[in-house]
Design a protein around this ligand. Structure first.
Ligand code: SF4
Ligand code: FES
Length: 210
């Protein structure tokens, strides 16, 4: 079937997501909870796009293409929703995300910079640096779930769990006893996928702004 992404025709197979079609076209949509090595999760609502005839913007990572679909990656409402979502996420962090993180890059793309409109409660610092290779800085966790899925789907170690709700949502290693005493096999898949460096290699911490 054929879809149109920002005026480009793209031939796609049945089952192709809008995000895949956008990428096939050479276009770009910011994503936060998506990692192409994992099944789409559809949790963050940052990958919003306009679709002609739809009642509102749709998440690109979980929406399947239909023949003749007309997709607008620059749709103003979609970009506004994505920017507001990222701004809310940033407002809960005790410090801006490191320049090199995915979250910082997405914020730049969406124009979310400078003073935030909704200052409020921020996460308290809670670091676990006991593991020889992996650092967990829970205050930087945005609950995207990518590390949990990497651990389950990619490595099959099941060492990480999503815990808490709303503002208190976070992740825990093992029964919250930390990486060192969990079933972690030190593969680093969680650090590799984390978009905020909440989990990172301990050897890199010295090079990251903290
Ligand atoms: S630690 Fe990182 S990858 Fe895991 S849920 Fe938090 S932000 Fe997402
Ligand atoms: S990247 Fe699509 S909902 Fe998060």
């Amino acid at each position: 079937m054929r879809v149109i992404v920002d005026d480009s025709d793209v031939d796609v197979q049945a089952g192709t997501t809008v995000l895949q079609a956008v990428r096939l076209s050479g276009g770009f949509v910011p994503t936060l909870c998506f990692d192409e090595r994992q099944e789409p999760f559809g949790a963050c609502r940052v990958c919003m796009v306009g679709v002609r005839g739809a009642s509102g913007p749709l998440p690109a990572c979980t929406t399947l293409c239909r023949d003749g679909m007309v997709i607008d990656t620059r749709d103003e409402t979609a970009r506004r929703i994505a920017a507001a979502t990222v701004e809310l996420v940033l407002s809960e962090l005790p410090q801006p995300p490191g320049e090199g993180t995915e979250l910082a890059a997405i914020a730049r793309d969406l124009g979310v910079e400078g003073e935030l409109r909704w200052p409020g409660a921020v996460h308290e610092r809670r670091e676990d640096l006991r593991h020889p290779y992996l650092a967990l800085r829970q205050e930087l966790c945005i609950s995207c779930g990518r590390c949990v899925r990497a651990c389950d789907e990619v490595q099959g170690a099941f060492a990480l769990t999503a815990v808490g709700r709303g503002f208190d949502a976070n992740i825990a290693a093992g029964m919250d006893q930390g990486f060192r005493d969990s079933t972690c096999v030190s593969c680093g898949a969680c650090a590799d996928t984390c978009p905020t460096d909440a989990i990172t290699e301990i050897s890199l911490l010295a090079m990251i702004e903290r």
